[in-house]
Design a protein around this ligand. Structure first.
Ligand code: SF4
Length: 176
């Protein structure tokens, strides 16, 4: 086992203890260093100020969507990669949740994520895609199941008339 400085060893011992208290056997992942940190399999890793523990009853995509919504809201909007990139990543996570994402979509998440990390101005943008990118790597089997089986499922029919029906009704009612 790696030799850690005494303070860090104490922190790691505390994490191990907490993991045991969380019934380690049921854990899916731990998230070290907050929403912008690393998502790993249950273990005692060095962390940056905080960690979150999730068990198997939590859906990884739901957790990631929460993280991305957080970064989208928190982005101050000065840099385009952070402002637009976190919006795009959030939409891609939502698409995955609807079962409409393709393998290209997953690859794009990594590409967009790395662009955001490289070109954002402050730590928020630089760390915002971390959990998403790491999760795609660590939980490949899970995400493989989230890919739509064929491209035909991604061409969901869109009916303009149906989509605006409610709006039209409201407008008509206001004109009576
Ligand atoms: S990276 Fe920082 S400065 Fe740039 S938009 Fe995001 S929060 Fe603002």
């Amino acid at each position: 086992m790696a030799a850690y400085p005494p303070k860090l060893s104490k922190v790691l011992a505390a994490i191990k203890f907490l993991m045991t208290r969380c019934e380690n056997i049921y854990l899916t992942t731990d998230q070290n260093g907050g929403a912008g940190g690393l998502s790993t399999m249950p273990s005692a890793n060095p962390l940056g100020g905080s960690f979150m523990v999730f068990n198997r009853t939590r859906d990884i995509l739901h957790i990631l969507r929460n993280f991305m919504e957080f970064f989208k809201e928190e982005s101050c909007g000065v840099c385009t990669p952070c402002r637009a990139g976190n919006f795009i990543l959030t939409e891609k996570v939502k698409k995955m949740q609807r079962g409409l994402a393709s393998q290209e979509e997953l690859d794009e998440i990594k590409k967009w994520g790395n662009i955001i990390k490289l070109s954002s101005r402050c730590g928020l943008g630089k760390s915002s895609p971390n959990s998403l990118i790491y999760s795609l790597e660590k939980f490949k089997d899970y995400f493989d199941l989230k890919i739509a089986p064929t491209s035909e499922f991604q061409n969901v029919e869109f009916h303009m008339e149906d989509a605006i029906h409610e709006f039209d009704t409201i407008i008509k009612d206001t004109q009576l």
